[in-house]
Design a protein around this ligand. Structure first.
Ligand code: PA5
Length: 446
């Protein structure tokens, strides 16, 4: 069976193969440090061998819980933010029909909340859920994240009002810490089915824990195949695999070589709208892992060809501090050819008989060549087809490459101290008990 693959041929006009290979000792040292847990962040390495440690009993438990929600609910709201949200959404969108929300449902609709504090969003969500049989998956490792806790408070109340308290407790599932946090207290008190987020797995590395797997199973996708793809990548990116054959090592080395050469922004490109949230997940993974100590490649993303008509000018001609990494899907899941038109009023008969995907691929190739000519290094990650197995490969590939890359950059890729700054100010401004001093200080600045 094929695997996802990495092509760096269109980078070597910018940094040489020798510059990339010069990073081999640092990449290998980084991977050794991950394996041996010898660097800062070593208490958050539970994701490293997670795929190979997932048991069939655990998957069966997740699938059984998903089935209860699928049987009882028309809609399941997944409440979570950041690492407790993006992985599930990325996988579900990558695998779903583009028009899933407009088609008759085949199982419950999975929708998301707890990732913003918009009054309109929450009011409109509650209006949509009125009278519907809905369930909630409340996901928060800390169990105290304001966005998620606020949404859950509203959803719990509505769920209990619509189902009655006892039935509601059957359609609310908690995914949280084993002992700490308000979400754990609530789950235990109300008797919700709950799953544990392991202590040593940080949010952005948690998609292969129940955080991602339960919502993905509720949406009707094959979590066994997803995990099996991740297991394959765990083998293929192991420290024993030679540097040149290890795509995670090569990706980490190449992006660090480009960064050292002044390329400060990495743009993740897709040519499939379904991959939009894969980019959102990747941005958090790399942004939160590497952006610290006043260092780090800025992770950006575009959806092509759509954004060629908005961001294309900047990428072609703007400041030359960017490089692109393209997610290229080799084979579409559907088949559609361009019809012949006898009048050819639109002048498109030169495309007649071609697959739409061939047109897309030529746009991809033409864009790659144009951007390389314009001074933008280009890497390509090929995904044979969009299915659970290859998305599982892609997830683990990006995770392990991120861990390696962060250590090569000499940061702790597994903490996120900067995320606390806004929370402290927000709590002070909202007069949260315990923030009296900060409240006085911040008001003096207004
Ligand atoms: O990656 C992370 O650690 C963060 O994005 C968290 O996942 C996010 O802040 C949500 O935290 P929690 O799961 O504790 O609610």
């Amino acid at each position: 069976m094929k695997n996802i693959s990495l092509n760096i041929d269109k980078v070597t006009g910018f940094v040489t193969k020798e510059q990339i290979i010069a990073l081999k000792p640092r990449v290998e040292a980084a991977q050794k440090a991950l394996e041996e847990g010898t660097l800062p962040g070593n208490d958050f390495l539970g994701w490293l061998h997670l795929p190979s440690s997932i048991t069939s009993e655990h998957l069966a438990d997740l699938k059984a819980t998903a089935q209860v929600l699928r049987d009882m609910c028309e809609v399941v709201v997944v409440a979570g933010i950041g690492g407790s949200y993006l992985g599930a959404r990325a996988v579900i969108e990558a695998l779903s029909n583009n028009f899933a929300s407009l088609l008759p449902a085949n199982g419950p609709r999975v929708i998301f909340a707890g990732h913003n504090i918009s009054e309109d969003y929450l009011s409109e969500l509650m209006a949509y859920l009125k009278g519907k049989k809905f369930g909630v998956i409340n996901i928060s490792k800390s169990g105290t994240t304001t966005e998620t806790a606020l949404a859950f408070r509203l959803l719990k109340k509505q769920c209990e009002e619509q189902w009655g308290k006892e039935q509601a407790s059957k359609v609310i599932v908690a995914i949280t810490d084993a002992v700490k946090g308000a979400a754990r207290v609530t789950a235990d008190k109300e008797g919700y089915k709950s799953f544990i987020i392991p202590d040593n797995v940080g949010g952005r590395f948690s998609v292969l824990t129940p955080v991602g797997l339960l919502p993905i199973a509720v949406a009707g996708f094959d979590i066994e195949a997803l995990v099996s793809g991740a297991q394959q990548m765990e083998k293929d990116c192991a420290p024993t695999v030679p540097f040149e054959e290890n795509i995670a090592a090569m990706y980490a080395a190449t992006r660090n070589a480009l960064y050292a050469d002044g390329k400060k922004i990495e743009i993740l490109v897709n040519y499939q709208p379904k991959l939009h949230f894969t980019s959102e997940w990747w941005k958090q993974l790399y942004g939160e892992s590497e952006g610290k100590d006043h260092k780090g490649i800025f992770p950006a993303s575009v959806d092509f060809t759509t954004d060629l008509h908005s961001m294309g000018q900047w990428i072609q001609d703007g400041e030359r501090t960017i490089f692109e990494t393209v997610l290229s899907v080799e084979t579409p899941n559907s088949s559609l050819t361009v019809p012949t038109d006898t009048e050819n009023l639109d002048g498109l008969n030169f495309l007649a008989g071609k697959h739409v995907d061939e047109v897309n691929k030529m746009a991809e190739l033409g864009t790659q060549l144009a951007h390389v000519d314009g001074g933008v290094p280009n890497m390509r990650i090929s995904i044979p087809v969009l299915n659970e197995y290859y998305i599982g490969q892609l997830i683990y590939f990006f995770e392990i490459a991120c861990g390696i890359s962060g250590y090569v950059l000499d940061v702790n890729p597994f903490n996120q101290p900067g995320v606390e700054a806004y929370k402290k100010n927000m709590f002070a401004l909202l007069d949260k008990p315990g923030y009296e001093e900060e409240s006085k200080a911040i008001r003096a600045r207004l």
